[in-house]
Design a protein around this ligand. Structure first.
Ligand code: SF4
Length: 360
């Protein structure tokens, strides 16, 4: 079965660590964007009936529930098996949560990142721990108990103690899914740029070392596993049965349609990407032109490097395994290879880029 991804790039603030094509955009663009999004869905020639829908961005929780329903009306296959909404904590009321549930949302992914006020302040996120706890309760009361919490290991001022405190909060919340990302430093985020130019802003001079961030990640792996939340992908952890059905499609190379600026799509052979310039996307749609700016054929090895992200590993014939030179990663303790299935070891997960570079 295939999936549908909808991108909504509008946010209430630009988080200092964020390197996505999203942010604070002119309010006047928003209604035009939603109209363009709906029209892109309407124009799509469906070759499959989707069973999952994922709203990411950006902050799609800013879309009014009625406008969400309007978008969903254009997508075939209702009721879908899973409909995820990425949401920013802060402002989730009982009315809004009920509206999401009525619109068909079945899963909410909360961009928490940390429960520590000092760490959060440096990210520009507006919430605090209390807000997250209260709003998780509001979601559950509305029937939305399939909740994911995003955390980032390696934020400014993060210590082993503050990280364990964030994990304590997650465990007390009892959510069935947690995503743990290690902070990425690159020039596409304000924080990354500050670090690369030795600037002091956004807590850039107070980042834990890479080793500390990796240690925090490993603490999360262990503590989440101790309560039955197992790692099923490098950054994703869930109780059995709560793995993200939509995101699994990316790693299993199943097809998905993508709509909106900077969205990606894959039909099983070709990858397509829409313009990441929001104004240009709207403009192209309003002129009746295609917003797609790039098309590439999937590489035959893609199946391997996306599949290796999964704890279940990826099937690969012995001859191909040897031909690709993957044996040296077994010797280095980064990959396990048994019964025709290759998997990253715990050490391999932390050094996965080395393995992926060989395959890419
Ligand atoms: S991290 Fe999320 S909420 Fe923050 S700017 Fe990026 S997309 Fe928006």
């Amino acid at each position: 079965m295939a999936g549908v991804y909808l991108s909504y790039p509008f946010c209430g603030q630009k988080c200092t660590y964020c390197n996505f094509a999203s942010g604070v955009l002119p309010a006047s663009l928003e209604p035009r964007y939603l109209a363009a999004l709906r029209s892109e869905i309407e124009r799509h020639e469906w070759r499959f009936t989707p069973d999952t829908v994922y709203l990411g961005g950006g902050t799609p929780s800013r879309i009014e529930p009625a406008a969400l329903s309007h978008l969903f009306d254009a997508i075939p296959g209702r009721p879908w098996r899973e409909v995820t909404l990425e949401a920013a904590p802060g402002g989730i009321t009982a009315t809004i949560a009920r509206g999401w549930w009525e619109a068909g949302i079945t899963r909410v992914s909360l961009g928490v990142q940390s429960f520590d006020t000092r760490e959060l302040r440096q990210t520009a996120r507006k919430h605090d721990a209390e807000t997250v706890i209260r709003e998780a309760g509001v979601l559950r009361e509305a029937g939305l108990d399939n909740i994911n919490v995003d955390l980032i290991a390696g934020l400014a001022f993060q210590t082993r103690e503050s990280w364990n405190d964030s994990l304590d909060h997650v465990l007390r919340l009892g959510v069935p899914h947690v995503s743990v990302y290690i902070l990425e430093i690159d020039e596409d985020s304000r924080l990354g740029l500050e670090v690369l130019t030795n600037g002091p802003r956004y807590g850039a001079s107070h980042l834990p070392s890479e080793e500390q961030a990796a240690e925090h990640y490993e603490i999360a792996v262990e503590r989440l596993a101790s309560v039955g939340i197992h790692r099923y992908e490098i950054s994703n952890f869930a109780r059995t049965g709560f793995e993200s059905a939509h995101n699994l499609k990316y790693w299993r190379l199943e097809p998905y349609a993508g709509f909106g600026s900077d969205s990606h799509a894959f039909d099983g052979a070709i990858r397509r990407q829409n313009s990441d310039d929001v104004a240009r996307y709207v403009d192209l749609m309003e002129r009746g032109e295609s917003p797609c700016v790039e098309q590439t054929a999937a590489s035959p090895r893609e199946r391997l490097w996306v599949g290796l992200r999964l704890s279940e590993g990826v099937r690969i014939e012995a001859a191909e395994f040897e031909e690709l030179g993957l044996r040296r990663f077994v010797d280095a303790g980064l990959v396990d290879y048994a019964d025709g299935v290759a998997r990253l070891t715990n050490r391999g997960v932390l050094l996965s880029n080395e393995v992926f570079q060989t395959l890419v």
